[in-house]
Ligand binder design. Sequence first.
Ligand SMILES: [Zn+2]
Length: 147
Amino acid sequence: MVENKLSVGKISEGFVLDHIEAGKSMEIYKYLHLDKLDCCVAIIKNAKSEKMGKKDIMKIECPIDFMDMDILGFIDHNITVNIIKDEEIVDKMELHLPKEIKNVIHCKNPRCITSIEQGLDHVFVLTDKKNEVYRCKYCEEKYRGKK
Ligand SMILES: [Zn+2]
């Protein structure tokens, strides 16, 4: 299959994120704070996909309990998360919209306490699952960054 022609090598422990919408891998890189972590990351952009046309794939080598993948549910719950141990896929993680997001997105309301008080956690709560609406826990300002 064409899809698997490009291989960046096996990883012994970590995650392979598949079916990422083409171009979104850099966003995920940022959300997972991979720039600040000392793990090995391979990003494959615009891989051919029969299902999606084009897709991104990410391979992250790290201890699996080390990484919080819940945030991926917020970014795109169609991403396939393969959990790798000893170079084999041992599990697939199902992604859901997280009920709460902490310190990932920030409240834009200038009067919100998180804008005034430094060092406060930025917490958003899922208030409408159907429409994927998140609101600031403190001032209920709606998060507008997501379509
Ligand atoms: Zn707020």
